[in-house]
Design a protein around this ligand. Structure first.
Ligand code: MGD
Ligand code: MGD
Ligand code: SF4
Ligand code: MO
Length: 737
């Protein structure tokens, strides 16, 4: 979203807190921080409940942690939190394992051997931060502040982001853009002038027809969506699932379309062909709000279901029937925009096609469609202004990707700049809570870039793969042991929630805010951290919205006043595109030489004997961050490679047998178990992402399962926004462990 539309967007959706407290009753079900019943000598008896929010993934579900007799006992959903509705997903429930994790980093580490050899010595915090400050000052003096980049993921990165902005670099990035949902946000922004956002604006619980393209809800465990999905299924909603693999979501579907991987655009165009040809679209919405519909209508006429059949292998009659079914329930129909959308390199255009199919349903701002999210506004801390960078960011030299100019930078673009020195060399990386060797495609490129650096700092909780390459490793307190910044998401209702410490750190770990403030002092940037501690910071922000930290510590979640999330006659939708309409034909795309109406490109075929490598989520793990949590690793210790049962039989592979995968560039995976199943097409294999880490220090996970990231040596860059399409690698299956 460009900054103008973001500002407008916030203006129309943020409610002030003036009325909020009056609107929410103070009598929460949970009495946060209930008194510990008895304290005799060192023995603490009784149960204490402390509200906080989860960090096992980025959904930020409100939770209640229980302390029993002074020890962390369990964690449950916060009944008043809109994201958890009183329930956590299995990962969140197992979250307390992060505190007890045997693999945890205990003290700051300084590298002594060559990079990547994993030879470190323990040092004090002062020594570690002095080392970093000295290097950062030298980088600034020799190359300018822009030569430092920050890779971070999650709300825990906020204070370090602030520090890096104060230091003067614009190179702040997260894998959630170019490796995740960037194409979707750009595709929707180009079409509606607005993004999908996280949490997604999908009114799944009220929908009558839900179309899932990939989006493997039930394995993708984003809590609220899964709860709403279950509710929709229970209410008899029609589910249409498109996936080369019979996913958990497919098992709930009325129509399962086992599509040939990489051909979804053909299906989308054919669906729109049917809906337009049979005049099944929402005429009123199109008449009022569509721009360029005539050109679209003309162009879409060529994409018949028979044409799409050749590409997708989906029966033309099934395409017709499912298109009609979507239209039957519109506007209470959602074609889910997906989330991890960096698939084939034409992902922004596919997302645009999804946006247009939704527009044909007229579901914008409608119940059961795409609602208008709300938020509460809590002013930021009154910091001094940041220094301005003359050079600008390094992720997108020469504006190569014209639609990547928002706040979110291209992680792989910063890696590229580090490797090539274009537009200028990057000399230091600060890495917070992102395991770059797993999160970025082509692990070797990441390692090569790291070898060019003068400084690599990694803040982690365990000796992850990326920590193994660091010059300095800073051990962080886990989420149950610290405060983080306030959570004020755009959602069905506006609310603010708090992460607060529930237990103490077991060793010399420190929270991110403490590291950022300390390092700022050493860098001479102390004026950017005028607060005494994080409690003062949080209280200042909350007070400026008429609330207080004490209130939020007790309640965990405070809701804003009720706001409208659907449009009606008195409250029509606004589209912040250049035409003020939903753009079926995009002048902005046309201007810079891209297809103004989405077109289909054929994916490459796997060579004979090879399979396309696909990947996804397991319900009990988050990427590469939960593998040493014993509550979760007990449920799934390693990943498997899914292969069609007939193919396995023909090749002589048995279930449970160990094999290795070899990709088109000769890269060999760790050993991984065969899962021979009818639930996958014959032209692809599938595995869960996050396994197969090769850090020797990280003993609990070393060589457990195989890593998709290591096999993803090839990636196709989306020419619109720089996203890395990763579903473009082919593997053969090799015998033997
Ligand atoms: N348990 C758990 N849940 C998570 C996460 C986690 O780590 N663990 N991570 C969260 C995050 S950040 C994200 S982004 C989401 C990601 O979750 P999603 O957005 O749901 O990810 P996708 O890539 O859409 O989904 C993978 C599915 O797409 C299918 N697929 C692969 N190729 C194709 C294709 O060409 N066409 C079609 N139609 N389908 C295809 C795969 O078989 C698989 O079922 O999950 C979120 N939820
Ligand atoms: N091959 C491949 N690549 C992918 C994906 C894929 O499916 N396949 N998915 C993509 C998607 S959708 C996304 S969103 C990204 C996700 O990418 P990341 O968010 O980078 O995911 P992780 O690999 O889990 O890395 C998280 C790191 O944070 C550390 N960590 C955990 N808790 C804390 C904490 O409290 N503090 C600190 N400082 N560190 C902590 C973990 O130990 C781990 O090293 O990856 C993307 N890349
Ligand atoms: S979806 Fe699960 S892991 Fe993610 S924040 Fe919610 S409970 Fe935690
Ligand atoms: Mo993601």
């Amino acid at each position: 979203m460009n900054s103008l539309s973001r500002r407008r967007f916030l203006k129309i959706t943020s409610a002030s807190f003036g009325a909020a407290i009056a609107a929410t009753s103070m009598s929460t079900v949970v009495k946060g921080s209930e008194k510990i019943e008895e304290k005799s000598g060192k023995k603490i008896k009784g149960v204490q409940k402390i509200p906080t929010f989860c960090d096992i993934c980025f959904w930020k579900c409100g939770a209640i942690a229980y302390i029993k007799d002074g020890k962390l006992w369990k964690i449950e959903g916060h009944p008043e939190d809109p994201l958890s509705n009183g329930r956590l997903c299995p990962r969140g429930t197992g979250g307390i394992g992060a505190h007890f994790d045997q693999s945890r980093l205990k003290a700051p580490l300084l590298r002594k051997g060559p990079r990547g050899k994993e030879e470190f010595v323990e040092v004090t915090w002062d020594e570690a931060l002095d080392f970093i400050a000295k290097k950062m000052n030298k980088i600034k003096a020799d190359h300018g502040p822009e030569a430092m980049a920050l890779f971070s993921h999650g709300i825990g990165g906020n204070f370090i982001k602030h520090l890096m902005k104060a230091y003067g670099t614009p190179n702040l990035t997260a894998p959630s853009f170019a490796q995740c949902r960037g194409p979707r946000e750009v595709g929707f922004e180009l079409t509606y002038g607005d993004v999908v956002g996280s949490p997604e604006r999908t009114d799944i619980k009220n929908t009558k027809c839900l179309v899932l393209i990939g989006s493997h809800l039930g394995e993708n465990m984003h809590n609220t969506q899964v709860q709403e999905f279950a509710e929709a299924v229970e209410n008899g909603a029609t589910i249409i699932t498109v996936d080369p693999r019979f996913s958990v979501a497919a098992s709930k579907a009325k129509h399962y379309l086992p599509i040939k991987p990489g051909t979804d655009m053909a299906l989308l165009l054919a669906w729109m062909n049917v809906i337009v040809a049979e005049k099944l679209y929402n005429k009123e919405f199109i008449d009022n709000y569509a721009f360029g519909f005539e050109q679209f209508e003309y162009e879409i006429a060529q994409y018949t279901p028979e044409w799409a059949y050749i590409e997708t292998t989906i029966d033309p009659e099934v395409i017709r029937e499912t298109a009609r079914e979507m239209a039957r329930y519109a506007p209470a129909t959602i074609i889910h925009p997906g989330r991890h959308t960096t698939w084939y390199g034409d992902d922004t255009q596919r997302s645009r096609a999804i946006a247009l199919l939704n527009a044909l349903m007229g579901n914008w701002g409608k119940k059961g469609g795409l609602y208008n999210p709300q938020s509460v506004s809590i002013p930021g801390y009154p910091y001094p202004p940041y220094p301005k960078s003359e050079k600008g960011a390094a992720d997108n030299p020469h504006h190569k990707y014209p639609f990547a100019e928002g706040a979110e930078k291209i992680s792989t673009g910063l890696r590229e700049a580090t490797l090539t020195g274009d537009p200028y060399p990057l000399k230091g990386w600060f890495v917070y809570a992102t395991n770059l060797t797993q999160a970025l495609p082509n692990t070797q490129e990441t390692i090569d870039a790291i070898q060019k650096l003068d400084l690599l700092v990694v803040v982690d909780v365990v000796p992850s793969e990326i920590a193994g390459y660091a010059d300095v490793v800073l051990p962080e307190s886990v989420y149950l042991e610290r405060y983080d910044d306030l959570n004020t998401p755009l959602f069905r209702e506006g609310f603010v929630s708090l992460r607060q410490p529930v237990v103490e750190e077991p060793d010399d770990q420190k929270p991110n805010w403490w590291m950022a403030k300390k390092l700022a002092d050493k860098l001479g940037l102390g004026n950017y951290f005028p607060w005494k501690d994080v409690e003062e910071y949080l209280d200042t922000r909350l007070k400026s919205a008429g609330l207080s930290l004490d209130q939020l510590k007790e309640k965990g979640v405070i809701k804003g006043p009720e706001q409208k999330i659907y449009n009606d006659a008195n409250n029509p939708p606004n589209f912040y595109t250049s035409t003020g309409k939903v753009e079926f034909y995009s002048l902005r795309l046309k201007e810079v030489g891209f297809d103004p109406i989405p077109k289909y490109t054929k994916p490459e075929e796997p060579p004979i004997g090879s399979f396309r490598l696909l990947f996804g989520r397991a319900p009990v793990h988050t990427f590469s961050k939960t593998q040493s949590n014993r509550f979760l690793s007990d449920l799934m210790e390693e990943n498997e490679v899914w292969i069609n049962v007939d193919v396995a039989k023909r090749m002589g592979f048995k279930n449970g047998e160990y094999v290795r995968l070899k990709n088109q560039d000769g890269i060999l995976s760790n050993k991984v178990k065969i899962k021979a199943t009818e639930r996958i097409r014959t032209d692809c294999v599938y595995m869960v992402h996050g396994f197969g880490q090769r850090s020797k220090m990280y003993r609990q996970t070393f060589n457990k399962g195989a890593s998709d990231s290591q096999l993803i040596t090839k990636y196709k860059i989306d020419p619109l926004m720089g996203g890395t399409g990763m579903n473009v690698n082919f593997v053969t299956i090799e015998w033997g462990a």
